[in-house]
Write a protein that binds this ligand. Sequence first.
Ligand code: FES
Length: 322
Amino acid sequence: MSAGSLDVRVARKSVEAEGICSFELVSVDGAPLPSFSAGSHVDVRTPGGATRQYSLCNDPRETHRYLIAVLRDAASRGGSLAMHEQLREGDRLAISTPKNHFALDPAARSHLLLAGGIGITPLLCMAERLANVGAEFALHYAARSRARMAFVERIERSAYAARVQLHFDDGPAVQRLDLAKLLAGRAEGRHLYVCGPKGFMDAVLGGARAAGWPEAQLHYEFFSAEPQAARGGDAGFEVQLASSGRIVTVPADKTVVRALADAGVTVATSCEQGVCGTCLTRVIEGRPDHRDLYLTPEEQAAGDQFLPCCSRAESARLVLDL
Ligand code: FES
């Protein structure tokens, strides 16, 4: 793994819920791990060779371990499946140092945390942090059933248990997540943080925008993307490297990153799903066709940067700051 990489050992692997395992990672030499802030993730080189991002879900004051949790995804391209089936206690693993694209806003006066399924991981870390500093917050955690909900005991034993409401899709109607009611609670200085499956996030963010929440008070992180890079009807286009003037053709069936790699031009990548932001590249001319889940709607509309691991072009050519 690149600079900023860590060599860790799996100290404990636990089943947290149906289809969800947690992994406690410690440094190989026993030294403290780099500190992290709530909302951080690490890139993990999975046993299958793929790199995946997993949020840290332990208390951010801890430096003796990182805790991650992984949902076994039936449609896994090797990441989550390899973590579940191949990784064992005692195994070593290459991970990145923590990165944070989903930080708590220091200006927020109160925080509404909404978790769907495995999306609880960064929000659990946020809840720990907010409770530690005595900040105002509420956490709503929705899952299909109690059996599929990870970390319930930890939450129920925590000092902030009274601030958490659990919602089960298969439970009585009275306890189900009432988004319209929650999102009507918009207020000056109240910030919303959401993580979960795409359908859940679309519902939360769509509801919040419809209820008038300002974009600056919405914070979100997609933990996995549906493959969007290739769509029927995609056309080829050209990218031009601003530094040399060189033109590279991107065929309909290749990503910009792949076409550039074939031409000997390397763009650093990690998730290759438009989620992590590693490949962010400045666009000097042309109109990108954004397919990522990383940029905000405003950033996408500005059109001056894009994620070439998945996004394409609306114009015949993009001039890139490469
Ligand atoms: Fe993660 Fe492109 S590599 S967004």
